[in-house]
Design a binder for this molecule. Structure first.
Ligand code: PBG
Length: 326
């Protein structure tokens, strides 16, 4: 054979020689179509409170949210993910399904101003409870089945206010099934579920808890979020959520868990999402502010790697700045 399978006849650099050649053989690309921009919504009017640990991210009152969501949609980003910051919190997390709660008000405003925008709501209690845990406490522990009862109510309330998809993020067992049942029996069968299927107890949520003022008042979330050491368990979580009826499964965080994004891709034929979380964003911003790396280039590389690992959709605080360059 004149052409053997190795050097010197094989030279992979041939297809890297020019920008056009590289573009032609590129395997993965970023598109605004696959980005989801998160927003933090607060009460009040005309408010844009910066989040200290997340440069470029603000806690917005509903009127300001509508402005930023309009810009987001105009940039080609189809979807936003809402986190509510209620002014009062209690043990039950009553604010999560108050008829005029902050997220319900935001949903109605967004749906009337931007009917084509996909609005996804975080479905969890930790931003609404005074103890900061993701469900009601019984004997100092989060009670799984009591949390499910609240999630059912909150899901129906968010759906009634206009959510296209609800995103249970508390890692309660049976949450997807409970939420699907409650939506269907409330006549909301067209509202979908984006399930935080494999969500780890991660230090990369630090800046988010600052933004949402949702750090647990005592203890941590290790008795419900996953142990970062566990890959097989993540596969089980993903399979269970798919079987319970998740429309989209998500892995979170993304960057330190790329192997699990690949696992999700290989075992679920529906869309896979990944959450490029607050700490991943803050690291890039902090290093860029010190001039230690090129922030936009690093962000692109990270998001590309998340796609290459198998994510169809990426929730990222970089969405809008990236969209401006695509
Ligand atoms: C709420 C929730 C959290 C995040 C998304 N939904 C915080 C947590 O679990 O402590 C983190 C998002 C981020 O860090 O960007 N359950």
């Amino acid at each position: 054979m004149s052409v053997s399978g190795d050097f010197p006849s094989v030279r992979l650099r041939r297809l890297r020689r020019t920008p056009a050649l590289r573009r032609m053989v590129r395997e993965t690309s970023l598109s605004t179509d696959n980005l989801i921009q998160p927003f933090f919504v607060r009460e009040g009017r005309g408010r844009r409170d910066p989040v200290r640990s997340m440069p470029g991210v603000e806690r917005l009152s509903v009127d300001q949210l509508v402005k930023d969501a309009r810009e987001t949609f105009r940039l080609g980003i189809p979807a936003v993910l809402l986190f509510g910051l209620p002014s009062r919190k209690d043990a039950r997390g009553s604010g999560a399904d108050a008829p005029h709660g902050v997220v319900q008000t935001a949903l109605k405003a967004l749906k009337s101003a931007l009917p084509d925008l996909v609005v996804i709501t975080d479905l969890c209690l930790c931003e609404y409870t005074d103890h900061g845990h993701c469900g009601p406490l019984v004997g100092g522990e989060v009670d799984n089945d009591a949390a499910l009862e609240r999630l059912r109510e909150v899901a129906v309330s968010q759906a009634a206010a206009g959510a296209d998809l609800v995103a249970p993020s508390g890692m309660m067992d049976g949450a997807v099934k409970a939420v699907r049942e409650s939506l269907d029996s409330a006549g909301r069968s067209s509202v979908g579920i984006l399930a935080y299927a494999a969500k780890f107890a991660s230090s990369f949520y630090g800046p988010f808890r600052d933004a949402a003022d949702s750090a647990p008042a005592f203890g941590d979330r290790k008795s419900y979020q996953m142990d970062p050491a566990n890959r097989r368990e993540a596969r089980r979580e993903i399979s269970l959520d798919a079987a319970e009826g998740a429309d989209i499964v998500m892995v979170k965080p993304a960057l330190a868990y790329l192997d699990l994004i690949r696992e999700a891709r290989d075992r679920f034929d529906g869309p896979v999402a990944a959450y490029n979380v607050s700490g991943e964003y803050a690291m890039v911003k902090a290093a860029a502010a010190k001039g230690w790396l090129d922030g936009p280039a690093a962000a692109r590389e990270i998001l590309l790697s998340i796609k290459r690992a198998g994510a169809d959709l990426i929730v990222t605080y970089h969405a809008r700045e990236l969209a401006k360059t695509l």
